[in-house]
Design a protein around this ligand. Structure first.
Ligand code: PLP
Length: 226
């Protein structure tokens, strides 16, 4: 995709976010666009940086390690979010590279993140991923187990700030966003990461503070990628 097209897409998404916020009865105080750059290289990312975009999402630690350290040297104020599943053996690298980790979904990972934050002195803020559709193959804590994981993350002093979800691809997203919003309210968590290219306007109606938009900005990804 040409730099001009990426630029236009980005302005278009920013305008749609603003319009959705205006139309919403009770939008969040702010909605941050997380531009999702998985599978895309510096050629695609640079136009977004030049346009002023600073918050980005990647779903694989290794892929992110390959491109972001150099971009970070050019732009000191980048905020990088991990939005894909995290294995405990990659936790140290994730804590070193990312400014936010959106995919905490189990006690063991919480403990490992705590240890790596202590060891490295870094403390990326954390979202718990909730499997709102209770899909067997999908990452995320089950909704009925979210309370226990939230309590554990707080007990060990993780910088837990919010919840994240990816609704089932074949269902209307609104009930999933509503469930995530309710869980966040019940547990007094301020941030809600929900909404992607196809449904971020709906997510904003339910109070999204972070929307994660990839293909609507950078174009379709090769099919093998999630
Ligand atoms: C890829 C991805 C996105 C972006 O999806 P698009 O439909 O391309 O906007 C958002 N969230 C997560 C967790 C992703 O893996």
């Amino acid at each position: 995709m040409s730099p001009e097209t990426i630029n236009e897409n980005l302005s278009d998404i920013i305008a749609r976010i603003e319009a959705a916020r205006k139309a919403a009865i009770k939008p969040a105080a702010a909605t941050t666009l997380v531009a999702v750059t998985k599978t895309h290289g510096p050629d695609a990312i640079h136009p977004a940086l030049i346009a002023g975009q600073r918050v980005f999402g990647e779903n694989r630690v290794q892929e992110a390690q390959g491109k972001w350290p150099k971009l970070h040297e050019e732009y000191a104020d980048i905020e990088l979010h991990l939005i894909g599943p995290l294995q405990t053996n990659k936790a140290r690298e994730a804590v070193l590279l990312f400014d936010a980790i959106q995919t905490l979904d189990r006690v063991r990972l919480a403990d490992v993140l705590r240890a790596e934050m202590d060891r490295t002195g870094r403390s990326p803020y954390v979202f718990i991923q909730v499997n709102t559709g209770e899909e067997p193959q999908k990452a995320g804590v089950q909704p009925r187990e979210a309370g226990a994981l939230i309590a554990h993350a707080r007990d060990i002093g993780l910088p837990l700030k919010g919840l994240m979800c990816i609704p089932p691809a074949d269902e209307a997203p609104a009930p999933h966003f509503a469930l995530l919003q309710k869980l966040a309210r019940d547990h007094d968590l301020p941030l809600l990461s929900m909404g992607m290219s196809g449904d971020f306007e709906t997510a904003i109606r339910f109070g999204a503070t972070h929307v994660r938009v990839g293909s609507a900005i950078f174009g379709e990804r090769p099919k093998a990628q999630p």
